[in-house]
Design a protein around this ligand. Structure first.
Ligand code: ATP
Ligand code: MG
Length: 271
């Protein structure tokens, strides 16, 4: 690990294909997540958004193609460089993914214990600072089960920020939150980006959240990037899938199938 803090990295996906046991989910994806900006990754359920995040986290090697982070081929790094990157990457999982047997403070301390030689009293000081950052300083000794869903997400964000990462990956940061709590979390993510030089990638379904935080948008559909660019152009982009997505209209084909299923179920119920 170099001592000097480096700039927020750009992420590039080049001809990326990803699969699970031979089932291809992403095929020939070319996309850029610009340095120091917030990229929102949109797309239908099951479209492969979390799968792409997994690959960026080095948890799923490409079937073919490359992922470069800060200009380095991510799957060809030395073990030391990988360790440095893990230290430099914060992740906010969908449910906060806190360990239930540890207090909030102990959860936030984990990455510091794993990746630094800081003495315990300094670790506690950093933990308090990170919890303060997300407005949760009073929950240091709480267990995750004692927090609301929104608080758990904020605690997850404090843990993701523990090591001042250059890259922050969030999977559905606002899913399951009421609109006000979701808006607060969005504001927090924006504030973090403005305060710390970070590249942020947020997978989201939430259109309000998209409007608030996205500086760059990638729409995944059928394994590829159907759109990438700024938010303004997305709104006027002439594509039927994107129009339906933004207008929250069901796929006419799926709607047709569902009606048939419902009719069949009703007939079976009467028979
Ligand atoms: N560990 C796994 N093993 C096998 N298949 C998987 C695995 N994880 C995901 N998949 C499959 O990959 C496809 C994409 O899943 P993924 O979780 O990436 O979608 P998503 O876009 O994040 O969806 P959502 O919006 O519902 O979270 C799905 O068809 C899913 O069934
Ligand atoms: Mg997902």
């Amino acid at each position: 690990m170099t001592n000097q803090r480096q700039a927020a990295p750009e992420i590039r996906l080049e001809g990326l294909s990803l699969s699970y046991g031979g089932r291809v989910i992403i095929e020939g994806l070319d996309a850029v997540m610009p340095a120091g900006r917030i990229t929102a990754v949109l797309g239908g359920s099951g479209g492969g958004k979390s799968t792409v995040l997994k690959c960026i986290l080095r948890l799923l090697p490409p079937l073919s193609g490359r992922v470069t982070i800060g200009g380095q081929d991510f799957y060809a790094l030395s073990p030391e460089a990988v360790r440095d990157w893990k230290r430099d990457t914060g992740v906010l999982f969908q449910d906060g993914a806190l360990l239930g047997s540890l207090t909030v403070g102990e959860n936030v301390a984990l990455p510091l214990q794993e990746h630094t030689d800081l003495p315990e009293d300094l670790i506690e000081e950093v933990v308090r600072l990170k919890l303060k950052l997300v407005g949760l300083e009073h929950t240091l000794h709480y267990y995750p089960r004692e927090l609301s869903g929104g608080m758990r997400k904020r605690a997850g964000l404090a843990r993701a920020m523990a090591l001042d990462p250059r890259l922050l990956l969030c999977d559905e940061p606002t899913a399951g939150l009421d609109p006000i709590t979701a808006a607060e979390l969005d504001r927090l993510i924006l504030r973090l980006k403005e305060t710390f030089a970070m590249t942020i990638v947020a997978v989201t379904h939430d259109l309000d959240s998209l409007m608030t935080i996205a500086e760059h948008v990638i729409v995944l559909h059928k394994g590829r990037a159907l759109y990438q660019g700024d938010l303004e152009h997305l709104m006027t982009f002439d594509d039927p899938y994107i129009k339906r997505f933004l207008n929250r209209e069901p796929d006419p084909f799926d709607a047709h199938i569902m009606e048939e299923d419902l009719a069949a179920a009703t007939r079976a119920g009467k028979g």
